[in-house]
Write a protein that binds this ligand. Structure first.
Ligand code: TMP
Length: 217
């Protein structure tokens, strides 16, 4: 039987360059000869992507209750784990996921103010102890992230989704919650300073990945 693959997540607030770097991480691992499955949350499966559309739709005429938002995140995650993540890991593939449960603690916990004990109940229910092997947290001050988000929305002529419409104090709370989680679990987290030019950020990612892959092999 093949050895179980590793589960690597990328996290960070809006505008920190996560999408570009998810591609970089997946390609770097592939270049080491590993089978890589690249995915994202909320989403990653057909049903999960339908839940994502519900979650991101600004629909101001019908606000989404914070508990409904939280439960939808975990509903999409349950489907994602069963249909995609766990089978891939079991056959020996490595899974690179753009956000996972740390985002729930940061956004629904830090941002929306749901107690982390309540989130942890759902985490245990859905994941039964399962967690990422490595979490790369792309971190930058919220002002820099805001400028980058606005440039992206402008360049791509995109509308703000329901989360992108939040205000500065929400994003500060998200960042603080991410950093607090990283501090609580320094073995699993690598905090990457994402303020630097892309080449420097990717050099930090390469160094972290290379050390972990060597240690795991
Ligand atoms: P994205 O920016 O990575 O495409 O993610 C979509 C949004 O979903 C983003 O604003 C963060 C939010 N989100 C949560 O609020 N909780 C979660 O658990 C996850 C996975 C994402």
């Amino acid at each position: 039987m093949s050895k179980r693959g590793r589960f690597i997540t990328l996290e960070g607030g809006e505008g920190v360059g996560k999408s570009t770097n998810v591609g970089f991480v997946a390609e770097w691992l592939e270049a080491q000869g590993l089978e890589v499955v690249r995915t994202r949350e909320p989403g990653g499966t057909e049903r999960g992507e339908a839940i994502r559309a519900l979650l991101l739709d600004p629909a101001p005429q019908e606000p989404l209750h914070v508990d409904a938002e939280l439960l939808l995140m975990f509903a999409a995650r349950a489907q994602h784990l069963a249909e995609k993540i766990l089978p891939a890991l079991a056959r020996g593939a490595w899974v690179v996921c753009d956000r996972f449960t740390d985002a729930t603690f940061a956004y629904q916990g830090g941002g929306r103010g749901i107690a982390k004990e309540r989130i942890a109940v759902l985490e245990d229910f859905v994941q039964q102890g399962f967690a990422p092997d490595l979490t790369l947290l792309l971190d930058m001050p919220k002002e820099a992230a805001k400028q980058r988000l606005e440039a992206r929305l402008r360049d791509r002529h995109e509308q703000r989704d329901r989360f992108e419409q939040e205000q500065a104090d929400f994003f500060q709370a998200v960042r603080d919650a991410y950093l607090a989680r990283a501090e609580e679990d320094p073995e699993r987290f690598a905090v990457i300073d994402a303020q630097h030019p892309l080449e420097e950020v990717q050099a930090q990612l390469r160094k972290t990945l290379s050390a972990r892959v060597t240690a795991w092999r």
